[in-house]
Design a protein around this ligand. Structure first.
Ligand code: SF4
Ligand code: ZN
Length: 568
């Protein structure tokens, strides 16, 4: 399928690449016959049900690209720029430099956007690019500088890997464009995984390569009706295959060469997942609703209630990927998630218990919310936007009436079940005493200096500075007195002199959640009489004046400890 052959804005094409094998995902061969919509609760369906209807319906694919074209500048992301078409640029060297810079910007933005909101990233991205506008400039930067500019963005290992990656790129190749265009070569660069490689390759270089992040996985699992845990290996492999076949199909690969389409397509899917196909989707605004399997299922359930049956039909080649639909999930479907992005920090999810009598089944859920027959909607003005017209069941091509607002809401609730949500694994917990040591003890706060030390160059929070700290043994119950004793013993072990007469004061506790660990930090302050001798050996330690602490590259958890000290 090529969907963009006539669109001027979306068909900028460069020299065709060498042909290679057509990408048909083995999991989804084209069905001989249209697949009927799977009706909950059994959702009995053949494996061919998951063949992407987006491939079949090129018009819908085109609508997604048009939709993205219309909104791509709305969120004002400085890394979103027009694709650099070699056919429009003169001079190989100059073009190479421009292309390298573009690829570098996409790379930086994608790394910054991992687990971080767009609005948070924008000022960091602007500062970063103005300080290090090229990959060469970044490669020459000092690591301390890099960490300092990253300060506050979290997940500091991303900055270290980005810096390491720049050094590798610059040392591996000379010339106007040192950043490779292919995903395999890109993934050899430190810090570039499959997702970032796909983004750089498609957005900057116009290669027909897929991306798959949490947002895209959600869109695809709903489009295809895949009720799976989108994070498990088998499902992820399938979703990568689907993302790959879609981007190649929409870009006309392998017949067509590089173009703006792969990057636009990938960004459109990401944008759709972060603004419309959110955990609680706004399906009535979705430009690809007509090809959405899950939307059709919810619609069938709500508009054709009489057809809902619990009889499971006998199906040849039944799907083995989907899990059994969990009706309990529907009973606790999340309330409106607003404009939440997938990269936003987790918020407590409001759960709405649905009436469970007489039986907590999907059909009861819908029957309690649906009017028996949808009332005719008032006539709407004619629109050229096909997505606003009454939808068509993709399996039968029959028109389905426009749902009422209540039905729209119920359909979105059904869609929100996909992909399958798995219970979160419990995160291990750890307690630590954070020793905030100041000297000299008798001077006022602004005259004191504070001891910090540097973390190892590898591992968690690599190379960042912290207050000396001691992990508390998990098996032993601790009290404020025992924690102060631990702090005193630890400070004495640093060889900073005697603590005779020096009291330890617990200022409070803070909980900091890492991806793999929940850390409770008990902040204990000890004032020393020393004038702050320089401490030799590893780890590197230094005394910092109160007014200089803001400039130190402390981790987020340590900055919170410092705020606690400053507030007491
Ligand atoms: S679930 Fe709704 S928003 Fe998501 S792809 Fe389907 S129709 Fe669009
Ligand atoms: Zn299935």
């Amino acid at each position: 399928m090529r969907v963009m052959s006539k669109s001027k804005n979306l068909t900028t094409r460069a020299k065709p690449k060498t042909k290679s094998k057509p990408a048909t995902p083995p999991a989804f061969t084209k069905p001989a016959l249209p697949q009927p919509t799977a009706v909950p609760p059994s959702r009995a369906h053949a494996s061919a049900y998951h063949y992407p209807l987006l491939i079949e319906d090129g018009v819908v694919g085109k609508e997604l690209l048009r939709w993205f074209e219309g909104i791509e500048e709305v969120r004002n992301m400085p890394w979103r720029k027009k694709w650099l078409d070699p056919a429009e640029c003169e001079g190989g060297e100059e073009f190479g430099s421009l292309l390298e810079r573009r690829a570098y910007e996409v790379w930086v933005s994608e790394v910054m956007l991992q687990q971080t909101r767009v609005s948070t990233v924008i000022p960091y991205f602007n500062t970063w690019i103005s300080k290090w506008p090229t990959v060469d400039a970044l490669a020459e930067a000092s690591h301390d500088d890099v960490l300092s500019v990253w300060k506050g963005l979290g997940y500091y290992s991303r900055a270290t890997r980005l810096h390491d990656g720049a050094k590798v790129v610059v040392s591996a190749k000379d010339g106007p464009c040192k950043i490779p265009s292919g995903v395999d070569a890109l993934q050899k660069i430190p810090g570039i995984g499959r997702y970032t490689a796909g983004a750089v390759s498609s957005i900057a270089f116009g290669e027909a390569e897929p991306v798959l992040d949490g947002n895209v996985a959600r869109v695809l699992s709903r489009q295809l009706g895949l009720y799976v845990d989108a994070k498990d290996k088998k499902s992820t492999d399938v979703l990568w295959e689907v993302a790959d076949v879609l981007v190649k199909s929409v870009a006309g690969y392998p017949d067509e060469g590089r173009s703006s389409i792969p990057g636009q397509w990938n960004q459109a899917l990401m944008e759709l997942g972060s603004t419309i196909c959110t955990p609680r989707p706004k399906c009535d605004e979705c430009p690809i609703r007509r090809t959405c399997r899950v939307y059709a299922e919810g619609e069938t359930l709500s508009l054709k209630k009489a057809a809902v049956t619990t009889v499971v039909p006998d199906i040849e080649d039944a799907c083995t990927l989907c899990l059994q639909l969990d009706t309990e999930d529907l009973a606790t479907a999340p309330e409106d998630a607003g404009d939440d992005e997938d990269d936003a920090p987790p918020k407590p999810v409001k759960r709405r218990k649905v009436e469970t009598k007489p039986a907590n089944t999907i059909s009861n859920y819908f029957s309690s919310r649906m009017t028996p027959k949808p009332k005719p909607e008032p006539a709407t003005p004619a629109s050229s936007d096909a997505s606003l017209q009454p939808t068509t069941d993709p399996s039968t091509k029959r028109k389905i009436p426009t749902p009422t607002p209540a039905q729209t809401k119920a359909i979105a609730t059904y869609c929100s079940l996909f992909p399958k949500k798995m219970p979160k694994k419990a995160v291990p917990e750890e307690d630590a005493v954070v020793c905030v040591i100041s000297a000299p003890a008798t001077r006022s706060l602004d005259k004191r200096r504070w001891l910090i030390e540097q973390r190892p160059a590898k591992g968690l929070l690599a190379s960042l500075w912290q207050f000396p700290q001691q992990t508390l043994p998990p098996a032993i119950k601790h009290t404020a007195a025992s924690r102060k004793a631990t702090a005193r013993a630890y400070v004495e072990s640093l060889g900073l002199g005697s603590l005779d007469g020096r009291d330890a004061r617990e200022l409070g506790s803070l909980v900091h959640v890492f991806t793999h660990l929940k850390l409770t930090m008990y902040v204990v302050h000890i004032g020393l009489e020393t004038d702050g001798e320089i401490l030799e050996g590893a780890p590197a330690r230094k005394w910092v004046a109160t007014e200089d602490m803001g400039g130190e590259t402390l981790s987020t958890g340590m900055r919170r400890c410092w705020e606690l000290v400053a507030a007491t």
